[in-house]
Design a binder for this molecule. Structure first.
Ligand code: BMA
Length: 351
């Protein structure tokens, strides 16, 4: 049965089963936390950092500023193949363990998915064939295969439960950066209708009665000139999305980033407000923190201007890292971000 997102008294309301109440509770919590500031998140935080990997209890964010990020992100890429490890070599058993642990310590968790290319067998970035999405929709040559891929995702998510058997509420962010042209589900790779059918197919498959702990996040990439018309072209619809996300990295100059980021932040936060949705910067960062003052001088002043649920920095992979780490030149700037009253880390959201 499809979940209904109803608008009532300025909040999002979900009807349905006990698990739907689980996602509604997360939505309510996010709405209420936003009144106090925005949360800081980090991808793959408990698995590895700049100088360590796989050790339990470690976190570059915590070792830099003294607290865990409020939000932790994990990626499902590879689960569709039945793999034991995800595309970044993180064992799925460990993902399950850390995701549940973060929820149980009061944190918020989000899942992304970089699935392989179902038509060619290549990676999520295997983008040259423009028939991939069509091929996995009902009637397509790869539909049956994709049903199995979705089943593997569903089976894994089903195991994400607390000791008492309650499903963990999860911000689920599939088909991200779909306005770009680098994933097989990108704007150059499929039509808007094909994209919407892809979204609905996955959502209808995962979102059935009794299995509704997912808060769906729709997250295009930084455009710099996003408009309502452009945005709506591939937007799956208000009834299918609870959180609007923006993935935004500084790849070029600071000036370009600040300009484009503000343009999109202004559009996205306005759209979210008008449509009664949450808004978050669902991926962000400056690769390898080449500017040691970036956190407090470049990023924070922009985030401060808009109503925002959280900003999540991408993973600290040694060759390309986006989060802070102790002893790094940017650590002091990150601690400044941490000390600000409007940035929320784990302790802030659990007290
Ligand atoms: C990208 C890079 C890749 C990684 C992928 C999924 O942005 O970090 O190295 O495999 O995300 O985490």
């Amino acid at each position: 049965m499809r979940r209904k997102l109803l608008l009532a008294c300025g909040t999002l309301l979900l009807s349905g089963s006990l698990s739907a109440q689980v996602s509604q509770m997360l939505i309510d919590r996010l709405i209420s936390l936003e009144k106090r500031g925005y949360m800081i998140g980090h991808q793959d935080d408990p698995f590895y950092g700049l100088t360590w990997e796989w050790e339990y209890g470690r976190s570059d964010v915590k070792e830099t500023c003294g607290d865990y990020p409020a939000v932790m992100g994990f990626d499902l890429g590879g689960i569709e193949m039945g793999d034991e490890k995800n595309l970044d070599s993180v064992p799925f058993v460990r993902i399950r363990e850390e995701l549940i642990a973060h929820h149980e310590r009061g944190g918020i968790v989000t899942l992304s998915w970089h699935p392989r290319n179902p038509l060619t067998g290549g990676t999520a970035w295997d983008k040259d064939d423009t028939t991939v999405v069509r091929s996995i929709l009902p009637g397509g040559s790869q539909h049956k295969k994709f049903l199995l891929w979705m089943k593997r995702v569903r089976d894994f998510i089903y195991t994400l439960r607390t000791k008492n058997g309650r499903p963990v509420p999860i911000i689920f962010r599939p088909w991200h950066e779909n306005n770009g042209g680098w994933f097989w589900w990108g704007a150059k790779q499929c039509t808007a209708d094909e994209f919407k059918s892809l979204w609905c197919m996955l959502q209808d498959y995962l979102d059935f009665e009794g299995f509704e702990n997912l808060v769906w996040s729709y997250s295009p990439n930084l455009d710099g000139k996003m408009t309502e018309e452009k945005f709506l072209e591939r937007y799956p619809g208000d009834e299918r999305v609870a959180l609007i996300g923006l993935d935004a990295y500084q790849w070029g100059t600071e000036q370009d980033f600040v300009e484009q980021f503000n343009a999109d932040l202004s559009f996205y936060s306005g759209f979210a407000k008008r449509h009664n949705k949450l808004f978050a910067v669902t991926e962000c960062g400056l690769q390898n923190l080449t500017d040691p003052t970036w956190w407090s001088r470049v990023l924070k002043p922009q985030l401060d201007k808009y109503p925002l649920s959280y900003a999540l920095f991408w993973r600290n992979y040694k060759k390309e890292f986006f989060g802070p780490a102790p002893g790094q030149p940017d650590a002091a700037s990150f601690i400044e971000l941490y000390n600000a009253p409007n940035t929320l880390f784990l302790k802030d959201i659990t007290k």
